[in-house]
Design a binder for this molecule. Structure first.
Ligand SMILES: *Cc1c(COP(=O)(O)O)cnc(C)c1O
Length: 234
């Protein structure tokens, strides 16, 4: 059960860390290999503060405008901000200026804009390429057969640091089907490694499927509801 109350965020985080640790050990991995990105979109500053106090320092946001307000309110905190939303060209500047990670790069034009707009003082922007594992109408992400070319493009851009791959697979209730999607992303990652790319990140798994993702090699899970409870409608 996931509680709505901010008072339960602490307990939710503890349960989550335990379950991630268990899934990792079952797969012969070390629990420390998996980082939790707390996806705080449509959650309050208070909710973020509660998670911070419970030791959570990495947060994901999907909407630039909303994220800016939270970043300003929490400017004194040592938070690492991850952009996990769909990224349009007219939003790249704010993302390049204010985030440390972008999980959703899926075309060269966006990558080039982020590189050009990343401030010199900020250090390189950490990038995951979003892969569209299944053709679905309206889905973002680069198809598997085009990942290599985009990876080469990103790796060649100054001010960006290619870190890995991300996916948002279709919702599956069966663990075996969840794992099949995540395994595919890992295999695409392996083929990039074989081609000489340096990648250390697989951003995969959300509240409903993170144990499957951890078993298949996730190094970052992006968790919203299982930490904060249901999101507030905007
Ligand atoms: C909202 C969102 C999440 C978190 O989803 P939950 O199911 O609430 O854990 C993770 N990744 C992305 C890209 C999202 O948009």
């Amino acid at each position: 059960m996931v509680s709505k109350s901010p008072l339960h965020i602490d307990a939710n985080l503890r349960i989550l860390r335990e379950r991630i640790g268990r899934a990792a050990r079952e797969a012969g991995r070390r629990p420390g290999e998996v980082r939790i990105i707390a996806v705080s979109k449509q959650q309050s500053v208070m909710a973020i503060t509660t998670a911070l106090k419970a030791g959570q320092l990495e947060f994901g946001e999907n909407f630039v405008q909303e994220a800016r307000g939270k970043m300003d309110a929490l400017a004194a905190e040592p938070i690492v901000w991850h952009f996990t939303g769909a990224l349009q060209s007219n939003k790249t500047r704010a993302v390049a200026e204010r985030f440390q990670w972008v999980h959703t790069v899926d075309r060269a034009k966006i990558a080039r804009r982020l590189a050009a707009q990343r401030p010199a003082h900020a250090g390189p922007l950490d990038i995951c390429i979003e892969v569209r594992l299944v053709e679905e109408p309206g889905k973002s992400g680069v198809p598997p057969d085009a990942v290599g070319a985009l990876a080469a493009e990103v790796a060649g851009l100054e001010r960006l640091r290619l870190r890995g791959l991300m996916c948002l697979p279709p919702r599956e209730t069966e663990t075996a089907l969840q794992r099949a999607h995540f395994r595919r992303l890992r295999e695409i990652r392996d083929s990039l490694l074989a081609a000489g790319h340096v990648l250390d990140t697989l951003s995969m798994g959300m509240s409903d499927d993170y144990p499957a993702a951890v078993r298949e090699g996730a190094t970052m899970v992006r968790i919203g509801t299982a930490i904060f409870g249901p999101r507030q409608e905007q």
